[in-house]
Design a protein around this ligand. Structure first.
Ligand SMILES: [Zn+2]
Length: 239
C-alpha cells in the first residue's frame, strides 16, 4: 500500500468512526449507503446529506418542485422584479421566482425559503425523528442544490448530456463537446408570456422540464430566431 493509500484509509477510518458516533438510530438509508460508498466518507450526518444531494441534482430539482407544490402560493402573490434588494425580490427574470424568499411572504426560521416546507434535522425534508422543525435552518439540503441547478444550469451540462444519451435536444444530432445548455422556452418569454402561470408550476421553466443541451450552432440559430421574435413583438402595435 502506498503512503497515499495508507493516509486515505486512515482518514476514512476516522471519518467513519465520527459518522457512526453522530449517526442517530434512524437515518435515510439511501443517504447512508451513498456516504459509505464515497472514496472519502463524509464525517458527519449533515455532510452525508449534503453529499447525497450534490450528487443527485435532478432528484433535488424534482423534490424541491414537489415540496413547493405542497406549500402552494400565498394569496396575493404575483411574480414581481425589483432592484431594491431589501424586498427580497429577484432583480431579473433569469432568477427563479421564490415566493418564500420575499420578505412579505417569508415563513421564518424552520421553514425552507425555496419551497416553504418545514426543515428537519440535517436539512432533511421529512421528519424522521419525531421532532419539530429545525429552527436554525431555512433551506433544505435538497433545495440548496435545486436552487443552484435552476440558477446555473450550465454547470450541469455533463449530466444533461448523459440524460439525453449524447443527442442534441433540438436537432437530435450527435452532441459536440461545445454543446450548450438552453431553456426550451427562453426565460424572457416566460416573463413576457407565461408570467401568470401559477407558482410553483412556474418553477418548471427553470427545472429539468425546460432544460436541454443543444449544439452551439443550433443554439445560435435558436437565439437568432428568438431575438427576431422579440424585436417583432416590441415593434408590433399595441392592441
Ligand atoms: Zn425546501
Amino acid at each position: 500500500m502506498s503512503k497515499w493509500q495508507a493516509e486515505k484509509a486512515e482518514r476514512n477510518r476516522q471519518s467513519l468512526a465520527r459518522l457512526n458516533r453522530a449517526l442517530p438510530s434512524i437515518f435515510p438509508s439511501a443517504v447512508l449507503s451513498w456516504a459509505l460508498g464515497r472514496p472519502f466518507v463524509p464525517p458527519t450526518p449533515r455532510l452525508a446529506v449534503d453529499s447525497y444531494w450534490r450528487a443527485h441534482p435532478i432528484r433535488a430539482d424534482r423534490l424541491a418542485r414537489t415540496l413547493a407544490a405542497r406549500s402552494g402560493v400565498p394569496s396575493g402573490w404575483t411574480w414581481k422584479l425589483s432592484n431594491n434588494r431589501q424586498h427580497g425580490l429577484p432583480a431579473t427574470f433569469r432568477t427563479p421566482p421564490a415566493t418564500y424568499r420575499e420578505h412579505t411572504y417569508t415563513l421564518g426560521p424552520g421553514f425552507c425559503c425555496v419551497c416553504g416546507q418545514p426543515v428537519y434535522r440535517f436539512g432533511w425534508h421529512v421528519d424522521l425523528w419525531d421532532g419539530s422543525a429545525n429552527m436554525n435552518a431555512n433551506w433544505h439540503c435538497a433545495c440548496v442544490i435545486a436552487w443552484q441547478f435552476w440558477n446555473a444550469p450550465s454547470d450541469y451540462a455533463r449530466l444533461l448530456r448523459r440524460l439525453q444519451a449524447r443527442r442534441c435536444g433540438q436537432s437530435g444530432g450527435r452532441l459536440w463537446k461545445s454543446a450548450e445548455v438552453d431553456h426550451r422556452v427562453p426565460l424572457f418569454r416566460v416573463w413576457s408570456e407565461h408570467r401568470e402561470t401559477p407558482w410553483p408550476e412556474l418553477l418548471d421553466y427553470w427545472g429539468l422540464p425546460n432544460l436541454q443541451l443543444i449544439n452551439r450552432d443550433v443554439h445560435a440559430a435558436k437565439c437568432a430566431i428568438e431575438a427576431r421574435d422579440r424585436r417583432a413583438a416590441r415593434l408590433a402595435p399595441a392592441t
